[in-house]
Design a binder for this molecule. Structure first.
Ligand code: NHR
Ligand code: GAR
Length: 212
């Protein structure tokens, strides 16, 4: 695609959003809008500072998940992006929403999927005595944190690590990983087909792109 228009969904700090903003200056994607379900998300200030339009759609303003999903879908359809990027977005999206944007939603998750789906990933990796930990970018499907993995970044767990220290080191890796994957998508190199992730027309293994 000529220019890939991206909508980014956030709920919080938005440091991954910042990494995507910083990289967009030299890349073939444009951040058309940043949408948050939380008016206090610091990432909204990051977007505004970068001149990117923002929108707040607060899930608490809707009767149920279906209504929220529908409002979100309508707002996004009005922008008509090529890609939706979840960057610390904390609301589970329903099946109808996901199928409406099927193959066009990415998420970054702070674990080496399929390990530690869901929340408290750093605590759980420590409790499990993992020697390695990291982050994964995957296509979003109905299956929560279960869509096909595209790529991972790894860190070594140290004897004195805490959940906080792990989070800090994993987040640094996320900031390298996410822009790289978004650039692949923008360049037309990445797709989801037959429930699998494909890069350059090669099906990717369950843990994503093999380390080079
Ligand atoms: N939606 C679908 N359909 N599939 C996925 O893979 C999704 C998704 C929505 C968000 C991000 C995910 C993560 O990376 C994500 C992946 C929130 C929760 C959650 O339990 C779980 C996974 C993720 C994000 N959310 C609670 C809820 O009731 C609210 C938690 C809160 O507000 O703090 O929606 O980890
Ligand atoms: C990141 O570590 C991201 O992987 C994780 O939240 C953090 C957001 O940081 N995502 C989830 O846990 C999604 N449920 P950021 O707001 O600074 O990008």
């Amino acid at each position: 695609m000529a220019q890939c228009n991206v909508v980014i969904l956030i709920s919080g700090s938005g440091s991954n959003l910042q990494a995507l903003i910083d990289q967009s200056k030299t890349a073939e994607y444009t951040i058309a809008s940043v949408i948050s379900n939380n008016a206090d998300a610091y990432g909204l200030q990051r977007a505004t500072r970068a001149g990117i339009p923002t929108l707040v759609i607060d899930h608490r303003d809707f009767a149920d998940r279906k209504e929220f999903d529908l409002a979100l879908q309508e707002a996004i359809d009005a922008i008509n992006p090529n890609l939706l990027v979840l960057a610390g977005f904390m609301r589970i999206l329903g099946a109808d929403f996901v199928s409406h944007f099927s193959g066009r939603i990415l998420n970054i998750h702070p674990s080496l999927l399929p390990k530690f789906q869901g929340t408290r990933t750093h605590e759980r990796a420590l409790e499990a005595g993992e020697k390695e930990h990291g982050a994964s970018v995957h296509f979003v499907t109905e299956d929560l944190d279960g869509g096909p993995v595209i790529a991972q970044e790894r860190i070594k767990v140290r004897a004195d690590d805490t959940a906080d220290s792990l989070q800090r080191r994993v987040l640094q890796k996320e900031h390298l990983l996410y822009p790289k994957v978004v650039k692949w998508f923008a360049g037309g190199r990445l797709a989801m087909r037959d429930g699998q992730a494909w890069l350059d027309n090669n099906p990717l293994p369950a843990t994503g792109v093999p380390a080079s």
